[in-house]
Design a protein around this ligand. Structure first.
Ligand code: FAD
Ligand code: FMN
Ligand code: SF4
Length: 388
């Protein structure tokens, strides 16, 4: 079962520490997924443990304690428990870093003194990349304006946060918003920047992200087809049986989103139930059943991929197994070696796979695939930051 990765709710294992504390007369430290001052304080105040331990939260923000002490907790860069750049790097023989704090492990490569030649900088796009660039450039003394077409910041983080367990991305959004505010970034929300808007700037950084690429398959415009963005933001409701075209990270997240009952995503009790943990920690090993037992799914989902390789092979080293098992528990089927021929009301006759026919009939579809080539490459030569 997961013990530290993002599906584990904050402070989920505190009662294990409390049980130890009740049985010994030496100080006890609670650990795992204690990533905010509030959770830490609550554990200490409740007496569940004498101390708290934080490992990854200090990779995400080495100034965690200082910020709390100075009343700037809202400026903490919070560990989102993704394991992507810490444990997964270690497991692939790379130095540990951090997804939300690229300085971690590379502290000497970043400059802290303000620029001697401040520039007027425009950032196009208010997703993670645009926000991080804007905050850093403004921190170095540049006059930064960030253009975001939507009325809110975040870009795809607003979709990612909908995936079960990934609500921690909210903290990343909160952190970068606070940083931009602190360093005086001018925000132009609801403004789709054009080349004319960008004329007066010394430098322009394009961080306009990606949009779903619609594959050229007969029937792709069938009313039952939806993009992952439409499904995740709630613009479209999926049917009771869904085929997902594409089984990468987003395909897996969409599958879990579709089969998971909302309460399962973040709640302690639901997490314990899903993974067969005795939430009261009464039994030996705190097991309350089979961690891989089947749990009820919200709907039937089949994931499809063209590649013949194992489905989910590209997922994170330390988290892929969790996602694959969670989907298996919810009865999600996977098919590799699929050739997409046609999408129509028949559903089941629409796909040919290397090994088997698709069954039962599929009633709705969610398409994923992304087009990394924005219009900008044709209209502007993206300006990189000048060497410092
Ligand atoms: C369900 C899901 C789960 C994910 N899970 C993970 C994960 O676990 N780990 C991970 O590392 N990544 C994950 N990702 C991917 C991650 O969210 C993206 O890589 C990241 O958010 C992209 O950030 P970005 O700033 O490059 O682009 P975007 O987030 O796409 O932002 C681009 C922004 O630019 C704006 N824009 C475009 N053109 C203009 C214009 N002309 N003027 C003004 N604004 C413009 C858009 O409105 C958008 O807000 C996930 C994505 C999804 C959808
Ligand atoms: C990069 C990295 C390396 C780790 N190495 C070890 C280790 O060698 N031995 C160990 O017992 N735990 C190790 N851990 C686990 C941590 O000590 C800690 O128990 C775990 O990260 C959960 O706490 P957290 O949510 O505060 O990060 C490591 C964690 C990370 C992120
Ligand atoms: S890489 Fe992810 S899990 Fe690791 S410290 Fe950074 S935010 Fe936390």
């Amino acid at each position: 079962m997961p013990t530290i990765a993002y599906p584990v709710p904050r402070g989920a294992w505190r009662k294990a520490a409390a049980n130890v504390k009740a049985a010994v007369s030496i100080p006890v430290v609670a650990s795992n997924r204690i990533n905010t001052p509030e959770v830490a304080e609550d554990i200490l105040a409740s007496g569940d443990a004498d101390m708290v331990s934080m490992a990854r939260p200090f990779l995400a923000d080495p100034h965690f304690v200082k910020k709390v002490r100075e009343g700037r907790a809202h400026e903490i860069n919070t560990c989102i428990a993704c394991n992507q750049a810490c444990l997964d790097f270690i497991f692939s023989d790379r130095p540990a870093s951090c997804l939300v704090n690229p300085r971690a492990g590379r502290e000497m490569e970043f400059r802290d003194t303000p620029s001697e030649t401040p520039k007027k900088v425009a950032i196009v796009g208010g997703g993670a990349a645009g926000m991080a660039t804007a905050a850093e450039a403004a921190r170095l003394g540049h006059a930064v304006t960030l253009f975001e077409a939507e009325n809110r910041l975040g870009g795809q983080l607003n979709l990612a946060r909908a995936a079960p367990g990934k609500h921690e991305f909210d903290e990343t959004l909160r952190y970068y918003t606070a940083q931009m505010d602190r360093h005086g970034v001018t925000l132009r929300l609801g403004c789709r920047a054009t080349a004319d808007d960008l004329a007066g700037f010394d430098h322009v950084v394009i961080a306009s992200g990606v949009t779903p690429r619609i594959p050229d398959i007969p029937g792709i415009d069938h009313p039952k087809v939806a993009t992952y963005a439409e499904i995740l933001c709630g613009a479209r409701e999926a049917g009771q049986t869904v085929a997902i075209m594409g089984a990468g990270g987003i395909g897996h997240d969409v599958a879990e989103f579709l089969v998971t009952h909302p309460a399962e995503a973040n709640e302690n009790a639901a997490f314990f139930d899903t993974w067969g943990v005795d939430g009261q920690f009464r039994n030996a090993g705190a097991l309350a059943g089979d961690p891989l037992a089947v749990v009820p799914a919200k709907r039937k989902v089949v994931m499809l991929q063209r590649k013949t390789s194992k489905v989910g092979q590209g997922l994170g080293i330390s988290t892929g197994w969790i996602l694959r098992n969670a989907l298996r528990k919810h009865g999600v089927e996977t098919l590799a070696g699929v050739v997409y021929q046609r999408i129509d009301d028949g559903g089941s006759t629409s796909f040919r796979t290397a090994r088997q026919k698709l069954s039962p009939p599929i009633r709705s579809f969610s398409v994923r695939d992304r087009n990394p080539y924005g219009r900008w490459s044709r209209r502007l030569r993206p300006a990189a930051f000048p060497p410092r």
